[in-house]
Write a protein that binds this ligand. Structure first.
Ligand SMILES: *[C@@H]1O[C@H](CO)[C@@H](O)[C@H](O)[C@H]1NC(C)=O
Ligand SMILES: *[C@@H]1O[C@H](CO)[C@@H](O)[C@H](O)[C@H]1NC(C)=O
Ligand SMILES: *[C@@H]1O[C@H](CO)[C@@H](O)[C@H](O)[C@H]1NC(C)=O
Ligand SMILES: *[C@@H]1O[C@H](CO)[C@@H](O)[C@H](O)[C@H]1NC(C)=O
Ligand SMILES: *[C@@H]1O[C@H](CO)[C@@H](O)[C@H](O)[C@H]1NC(C)=O
Ligand SMILES: *[C@@H]1O[C@H](CO)[C@@H](O)[C@H](O)[C@H]1NC(C)=O
Length: 370
C-alpha cells in the first residue's frame, strides 16, 4: 500500500501531466523543544540509571528493557555496551537526544548514482516507519534533496496521507552556492505534523549525463532543518556525504504519553502528571496523547513522585526583581521594603524609598522663601 502511493506519485510525475510541486506551506508552526526535564534535581526513576553513553535519559523514558524504568514499552531504551561509549536504542533505532517534547534519532538517506553514460550504478530508497508508537515526525524536519538533475519524492501517512517532492537543476558547478536550498543543487520541502511513516525516492530527467563531471550522485533525506547546512558544489562530489548527514542531521520525533487527551487522561488510573504539574495536550498531530509540565514557579520532573517542587526565587538574584526584601511563596514571591521605607520594593518599579527623603520638598521651600 505504502509503496503503491510512491509509485503512483512517480507515475504521475513521469507522465508529465501533474507537475504541481505544492511546496506545502505547513500551516502549523514548528515547535521548538525545551529541556527543563533534564535540569530537574531527579532525572530518572529512582534506582534506574540516567545515562547511556552520552545520552541523558529522563523519566518517562528509562534505561533497561522490562525493568519498569520507563513508563511503558515504547519508553524503554536498550543501552548497548557493544559500543564505546554505549548507545541507546528503541527497537533498532538509535536515540541521540531526549527533550521535554521531542527526541532525535538516527537518519536514513536515499542515494542514486550514475556513470557517465547515465546508467544507474547505485541506488537505494530510504524509509522510516514508527507507526504504532506514541511518536510522530516533527515539523522541525524538512525533506531535502541534494543533486543537480533530480526529483525527490516523498510519500507518508499516519494521522493523514501526504505526498510531496521538489526539483533541482543546475547549469554548472559554479552556479551551485552553499547555504541555500532553493533548487540550485539543493531543494527542500516541508513535512506536516502527524506522519508516522514515510518513504523517499529519487528520479532524474537526464540521468545526470549533462552534469556527470561534477555530480555523479544525488541524495534525499528527511531531517532537522536547523542542523543541515548545504555545502554547495563540494557536497555534490563528497564521497562521505551520507556519513556526514547520518552523524550530524537527526530525524526529530514528537513524543507524547499514550493516545488520550488530557481531559480523558486526567480521569484514568494511569494518569502520568504528578503534583503541581499541568497536563498539556500533545501537538504531535496524531489526535491524542499528552505531556506533563511543571506549573509556573515550580521545577522538577513532572512525571515522578512527589511531583514538581516550588522554586525559591528569592535564593537566585536572576529569578526575582526585589530591591530589598524577598519572600518566597508557593509558585511565586513577593518584594517588600524594610520598616521606615515605602515603595513596591521592585528594582524595575518604585523600589524602596526612605520616608524622610520622599521629595524635593525642602529644596522647594527654600526656593519659595527667597
Ligand atoms: C506560503 O508562504 C509564503 C511565504 O512564506 C506566502 O507568501 C504564501 O502566501 C504562502 N502560501 C499559502 C498557500 O499559504
Ligand atoms: C505561527 O507563529 C506566528 C508568530 O509567532 C503567529 O502569528 C501565528 O499565528 C502562528 N500560526 C499558527 C498556525 O500557529
Ligand atoms: C539490546 O542490545 C543488545 C546489545 O546490543 C542486543 O544483543 C539485544 O538484542 C537488544 N535487545 C533488543 C530487545 O533489541
Ligand atoms: C490514505 O491512503 C490510503 C491508500 O491510498 C487509503 O486507504 C486511506 O484511506 C487514506 N487515509 C486517509 C486518512 O486519507
Ligand atoms: C535514464 O535511465 C533509465 C533506466 O535507468 C532509462 O529508462 C531512461 O531512458 C534514461 N533516460 C535518459 C534521458 O537517459
Ligand atoms: C490507545 O492505546 C490503548 C493502550 O495502549 C490501545 O489499546 C488502544 O487501541 C489505543 N487506541 C487508539 C485509538 O489508538
Amino acid at each position: 500500500m505504502r509503496q503503491n502511493m510512491l509509485l503512483q506519485l512517480t507515475w504521475i510525475l513521469f507522465t508529465g501531466v501533474t507537475l504541481t510541486f505544492a511546496a506545502t506551506n505547513s500551516s502549523t508552526n514548528a515547535t521548538a523543544d525545551t529541556f527543563k526535564i533534564l535540569k530537574a534535581p531527579v532525572i530518572s526513576k529512582p534506582g534506574c540509571p540516567n545515562q547511556c553513553g552520552d545520552l541523558t535519559v529522563p523519566y518517562p523514558f528509562g534505561i533497561g528493557l522490562g525493568r519498569s524504568c520507563g513508563i511503558g514499552k515504547w519508553f524503554e531504551l536498550n543501552c548497548s555496551n557493544v559500543f564505546d561509549p554505549p548507545r541507546a536504542f528503541i527497537g533498532n533505532v538509535q536515540i541521540y537526544e531526549i527533550s521535554d517534547n521531542q527526541m532525535r534519532i538516527a537518519n536514513v538517506v536515499a542515494r542514486r548514482c550514475y556513470d557517465r553514460s547515465g546508467a544507474n550504478v547505485q541506488s537505494n530508497t530510504a524509509s522510516s516507519d514508527i507507526s504504532g508508537t506514541p511518536y510522530s515526525y516533527s515539523d522541525l524536519n524538512k525533506v531535502f534533496l541534494v543533486g543537480c538533475d533530480d526529483i525527490a519524492l516523498v510519500a507518508g501517512g499516519g494521522g493523514r496521507n501526504f505526498t510531496s517532492g521538489c526539483v533541482t537543476l543546475c547549469s554548472g558547478a559554479e552556479d551551485v552556492v552553499g547555504g541555500y536550498c532553493s533548487g540550485n543543487g539543493c531543494c527542500e520541502t516541508s513535512l506536516p505534523k502527524g506522519l508516522t511513516y514515510y518513504s523517499t525516492d529519487l528520479r532524474s530527467s537526464s540521468n545526470h549525463t549533462k552534469i556527470s563531471s561534477f555530480n555523479p550522485c544525488s541524495y534525499t533525506f528527511v531531517g532537522e532543518q536547523g542542523r543541515f547546512g548545504f555545502g554547495g558544489a563540494s557536497d555534490l562530489l563528497d564521497p562521505y556525504f551520507i556519513e556526514r548527514i547520518q552523524s550530524t542531521v537527526p530525524l526529530v520525533l514528537d513524543w507524547a504519553i499514550g493516545n488520550l487527551t488530557c481531559a480523558k487522561a486526567q480521569n484514568s488510573e494511569d494518569y502520568a502528571c504528578k503534583a503541581d504539574s499541568e497536563c498539556v495536550d500533545s501537538d504531535t498531530g496524531l489526535g491524542g496523547g499528552y505531556r506533563c509540565k511543571c506549573k509556573n514557579g515550580y521545577e522538577g520532573n513532572p512525571y515522578l513522585d512527589p511531583g514538581c517542587t516550588d522554586i525559591n526565587e528569592c535564593a537566585d538574584q536572576n529569578l526575582n526583581n526585589c530591591d530589598k526584601a524577598c519572600t518566597n511563596t508557593p509558585g511565586s514571591f513577593t518584594c517588600s521594603c524594610p520598616p521606615g521605607q515605602y515603595g513596591d520594593g521592585k528594582k524595575d518599579g518604585k523600589g524602596c524609598i526612605p520616608a524622610y527623603q520622599n521629595s524635593q520638598f525642602p529644596v522647594m521651600k527654600v526656593a519659595l522663601g527667597n
